[in-house]
Design a protein around this ligand. Structure first.
Ligand code: MN3
Length: 169
């Protein structure tokens, strides 16, 4: 992911979701609540769809950025390594599931590694701003597959972007 992509995706897109969410929440009954509560409550009310989209997207983007690091990569260790082994059989199978979810998402969305309430890991895809917390699943990691996440660097080659994120994060 190039500095140019980060400058737009972090500096413009992510910033914009926060600016819009802050503006919309100020005039809602959810003013002053934590971001996660704001989007989960707004998701239940069709009148708050604009607030939901921007607040969920602000949350999703911070989560995405926190899952990336320069010169990252390597296999997970400890509890996560064990959970991956138990839930998928191997790290490779987990990466294949994440790749399939990222590639299979038609249009804008996200591919998530999640834990269910029992601690079993799974991969889910969501469209637009949706977040697995809405289904009671705990996000552990995510790949943004909105085109703005990769188009400057990879154009139509989403597969190359997904492979890069999986190898370097
Ligand atoms: Mn994005």
């Amino acid at each position: 992911i190039s500095a140019r992509t980060v400058s737009f995706h972090y500096g413009k897109h992510t910033q914009g979701y926060f600016a819009n969410a802050n503006k919309l929440v100020a005039d809602s009954p959810l003013a002053g609540q934590p971001l996660q509560k704001v989007f989960l409550e707004a998701a239940k009310d069709p009148k708050m769809v604009g607030l939901f989209r921007n607040a969920a997207h602000a949350w999703n983007h911070v989560f995405y950025w926190n899952g990336l690091m320069p010169a990252g990569g390597g296999a997970p260790t400890g509890k996560l390594a064990k959970a991956v082994e138990t839930s998928f059989g191997s790290l490779d199978a987990c990466k294949k599931a994440l790749t399939a979810a990222a590639m299979g998402q038609f249009g804008s969305g996200w591919a998530w590694l999640v834990a269910d309430p029992a601690g079993k890991l799974a991969v889910v895809a969501t469209g637009n701003a949706d977040n697995p917390l809405q289904e009671g699943l705990r996000p552990l990691w995510v790949i943004d597959v909105w085109e703005h996440a990769y188009y400057l660097d990879y154009q139509n080659r989403r597969a190359d972007y997904v492979a890069g994120v999986l190898e370097k994060s």
